[in-house]
Structures are given as structure tokens and as C-alpha cells.
Design a binder for this molecule. Structure first.
Ligand SMILES: Cc1cc2nc3c(=O)[nH]c(=O)nc-3n(C[C@H](O)[C@H](O)[C@H](O)COP(=O)(O)OP(=O)(O)OC[C@H]3O[C@@H](n4cnc5c(N)ncnc54)[C@H](O)[C@@H]3O)c2cc1C
Length: 437
């Protein structure tokens, strides 16, 4: 008797600890087949002619999958990996292995929701959970009765009612049992080898050890506790967070959060421990504040009643999008606008797959208000380049700056000269990426 068998489909939750859905799957099933599918559609071009996913993101995923696979192997399990159409592959695996159940996290965006619907339509029992926010979505829904509201109101409400994150879960991973025939499959081979040949740009602001990003779950936690919190960077975060380059001026948690290598509540749990045992100040509070921004965009997508990927954004009234000007786009995206700060930033993004929050705002504003570009083109370019690409944070921030989301001010336009004077007065940043001055 085989008992209950299921596939656990890792999506943007590539971790084994504090993963509530995986925890549930381990409790409810006798044998679990963990899988990751690289969606081949991401290698196709956007309507504007560039690939939906660039080399940085692919390489980061390849590296994290090597680590996830090794972690599972240490538990006696095996990670199936494939590149293709996730729905078609999952259906064919369920049929050939006679598996009725799939566990997969809910991602509140059209394409990802469609995938789960198609699996259900194929007769598979899909168990899903929205689990990427720091604060439990049900708790938020109980206190926030209407949405969208501005970030400030939402935060004030959460803080006034004392709503916090729940404790990270501890999971007995030794329950990870897999069937013998799953182990020997072709799919248990690694498919993203070529992407591991990627060469990291030495000037990246992301933390790097021995020429590689940190992607192993345990090493990531170790880095956060010992290298970031342990070196007291969190205690100065509010003073440094608007800097343009360097590893420690901001937390860099986004690269791990985006792929789910670590959960937001684990981060908050560690931060709270730091606050209790070392120091609690405005800077440590500000990390919570920023993580609330991350949550806020999640609530927005979760509770939306309309598609957020339309040009008009949240507005009910259709607005026609500006025409696509390829030359403007190439100048902006390749860093050839003639505005040094913009060009330096766009080259950093192009060569490293990361950009500071300050510069993301400035270059987004430049695309929107200097070139009068379609916000969706800018967002798609970020999606293709950013290692920390996250559907909610990326599209949420773009909508916000474009004034098509929930910004009470109706959009944000940044004055480039002012930004230069304030954030790069000596030209160090521009020098690094443009090689002059
Ligand atoms: C146009 C634009 C696009 C963006 N696209 C993304 C994206 O695809 N993925 C992504 O993770 N972030 C995105 N951000 C938000 C923010 O720029 C990054 O989260 C941040 O720069 C990542 O670096 P960090 O982890 O060192 O941030 P820190 O400054 O250390 O902040 C700590 C954490 O708070 C959260 N956070 C901080 N600022 C924001 C914000 N404005 N919105 C949402 N969450 C925030 C992130 O999870 C971040 O890791 C975007 C911002 C803009 C303006």
C-alpha cells in the first residue's frame, strides 16, 4: 500500500524551513516528490522585443537549485528539475506516476493563478496557500475591511491594532519520504548547467562569497544573523539605506525573499531577537517598515478585483497607452540617455541584475516622465533584469511611481540634478559605472 502521494511544486518558496505549505504536505502525505520547473515561456520575448528573463535571474536560480537539490539529497530525497510548460509537465507526471495531489503556493497574479486553475481542470487535487507575506493574509483581511487604501493608512491600522507576524514554523524534515522509482528518473538530472557558467560582475552590491552569490538556505540565514545583524548594519539602516552602492548600506534581503529562500517572518524573527538582545532603534524599526511595504503590495494583488497589468492600473477607466518608441527604450535600458546618473544606474542593472531602491525610483521616474514611456515596458525590463524580481514589489512600485496605483500624490517624479547633488555629489557612483570623471 503506497499511501497518499503528492507532488510538492516549488514556485517562489524554495526553502525547507518555515514553509507552511510544505509543512502541511509533509504531515498529510506519505510520499512527496519535490519538483521545480523552469518555465520555458520566460525565455520568450516580451511584446517589446527583449527576453522576459535575462541571464542574471537564470544564473541565480540555477545556483539556488543546486543548493536546494543538495539540501534535499542530504534528507534522502531528490529534486526533479525540468524546463518546459509547468502545467503540461505536472499533468504528465501525475498521470505517469498515478499521483492525485499537488501542493503549490498561491501567487496572486494572473499567469500563476491560471496555472493552478488548469491543474484543477485536469482533475488534479491542488492544495495551495498564499504564504509569501510577513503577516498572515487572513489576519490582515480581518482588520482591513476595504482595500486598496494608502500605504500609510494600512500601516497605521496594522500598527494600531498590534498586528505582527506569527512565529516561524519548525518542520520535522526527516518525514521527507520519496518513492524509489522517483529517484531514478531522468528528471532528477540537473537541467540548468549552462547557467552556472555565468560570471559575476566584481562591482556588484550583492553579497558574494568565493565569487558566488549566497543561495544555500542555511548559509543565507548564517549571513543574515552573523554578517548583517552581527556586524550591526541594521542599527544604522535608516541612515544608510538611500546610498547607491556597497554591500551593507541596505539589507539585500530581497534576493532571498524573492525566491523564498528565507521567509519574511524568519527575517523579522531574527530582527526582533536582535532588537531584544542588542539594540532597538529607528533603524531597526525601519526594516519592519520596509517589509510592510513589501507586504502592502502583496495585499494589493491578493485583494484586487481588476487586472493590475493594464495601462490604466487600478483605475476603472481605460486609458490608451503611449506608443512604444524603440530608440527611447534602447537609450534608457542600455544606459545611453546622456544623463550620467541614469546611464550609470541602467548599466549597473544591466551588468549585475541589482540596483538600489533610490536608483530604481529615479530611473523609473525618468522612463515615465522624461520619455513619457508606458510603465509596463519599464516594469517588464526590470522583470527581465532584476535578480530579486518579485511580481508584487515590481509591478506595485511601478504602478505607484506612475501614479496608477495607490499613491495619494498621484505619482512620483524625481529631479535628476537634485538626486545627483544629494546622493552622488563626488561622482563616485557615476565613475564606477561610466568609468570617467
Ligand atoms: C520601480 C521599482 C521596482 C522594484 N522592483 C522590486 C522587485 O522586483 N523585487 C523587490 O524585492 N523589490 C523591488 N523594489 C523595491 C526595493 O527597491 C527593493 O526591495 C530593495 O531595493 C531591495 O534591496 P534590499 O533588500 O537591500 O532592501 P532594504 O532597503 O534593505 O529593505 C529591506 C526589505 O524591505 C522590502 N522593501 C524595501 N523597499 C521596498 C519597496 N519599495 N517595495 C517593496 N518592498 C520593499 C524588501 O523586501 C527589502 O528586501 C522595487 C522598487 C522600485 C522603485
Amino acid at each position: 500500500m503506497m499511501g497518499k502521494q503528492a507532488i510538492y511544486w516549488f514556485r517562489r518558496d524554495c526553502r525547507l524551513t518555515d514553509n507552511p505549505l510544505l509543512h502541511r504536505a509533509l504531515q498529510e502525505c506519505d510520499e512527496i516528490l519535490p519538483v521545480f520547473i523552469e518555465n520555458a515561456q520566460l525565455n520568450q520575448a516580451t511584446p517589446w522585443g527583449f527576453s522576459r528573463q535575462g541571464s542574471h535571474l537564470r544564473a541565480f536560480k540555477a545556483q539556488l537549485l543546486v543548493d536546494l537539490r543538495a539540501q534535499l539529497e542530504r534528507l534522502g530525497a531528490v529534486l526533479w528539475l525540468a524546463e518546459g510548460d509547468p502545467v503540461a509537465l505536472l499533468i504528465s507526471w501525475c498521470r505517469s506516476l498515478n499521483i492525485q495531489h499537488i501542493y503549490a503556493e498561491t501567487i496572486a497574479a494572473e499567469e500563476e493563478e491560471l496555472e493552478l486553475r488548469q491543474l484543477k481542470e485536469a482533475g488534479i487535487q491542488v492544495h495551495s496557500l498564499f504564504q509569501s507575506s510577513m503577516i498572515d493574509i487572513n489576519a490582515v483581511q480581518r482588520i482591513i475591511t476595504y482595500f486598496p487604501m494608502s500605504f500609510t493608512r494600512c500601516r497605521q491600522k496594522i500598527e494600531a491594532l498590534g498586528l505582527r507576524f506569527s512565529m516561524p514554523l519548525t518542520t520535522a524534515l526527516e518525514q521527507f519520504k520519496i518513492a524509489h522509482n522517483w529517484r531514478e528518473s531522468e528528471q532528477s538530472r540537473f537541467v540548468l548547467y549552462k547557467d552556472l557558467e555565468y560570471q559575476l560582475e566584481p562591482n556588484t552590491s550583492l553579497p558574494v562569497v568565493n565569487g558566488k552569490w549566497i543561495t544555500d538556505e542555511e548559509r543565507v540565514k548564517d549571513y543574515i544573523v552573523n554578517d548583517y545583524l552581527g556586524a550591526h548594519h541594521a542599527a544604522h539602516y535608516k541612515l544608510t539605506r538611500n546610498q547607491l552602492q556597497g554591500v551593507d548600506y541596505s539589507s539585500k534581503w530581497s534576493i532571498w525573499l524573492a525566491h523564498g529562500i528565507v521567509s519574511a517572518r524568519t527575517l523579522m524573527h531574527e530582527l526582533q531577537h536582535y532588537e531584544k538582545t542588542v539594540v532597538s532603534n529607528e533603524s531597526t524599526y525601519w526594516l519592519w517598515f520596509e517589509l510592510l511595504w513589501r507586504d502592502y503590495f502583496r495585499y494589493l494583488f491578493y485583494q484586487r478585483t481588476t487586472c493590475l497589468f493594464r495601462y490604466q492600473g487600478l483605475s476603472a477607466e481605460p486609458i490608451s497607452a503611449p506608443p512604444f518608441n524603440k530608440n527611447d527604450f534602447l537609450d534608457w535600458s542600455q544606459g545611453n540617455t546622456g544623463f550620467e546618473l541614469i546611464d550609470a544606474a541602467m548599466r549597473e542593472l544591466l551588468t549585475t541584475g541589482y540596483l538600489s531602491n533610490r536608483l530604481r525610483q529615479v530611473v523609473a521616474s525618468f522612463w515615465l516622465y522624461h520619455y513619457r514611456g508606458d510603465w509596463r515596458v519599464g516594469a517588464a525590463w526590470f522583470e527581465s533584469q532584476l535578480i530579486d524580481y518579485d511580481v508584487y514589489s515590481n509591478y506595485g512600485n511601478w504602478l505607484y511611481i506612475a501614479g496608477k496605483g495607490t499613491d495619494p500624490q498621484g505619482g512620483r517624479e524625481f529631479n535628476v540634478d537634485k538626486q545627483v547633488k544629494q546622493f552622488d555629489p563626488n561622482g563616485d557612483y557615476r565613475q564606477r559605472w561610466l568609468g570617467k570623471h
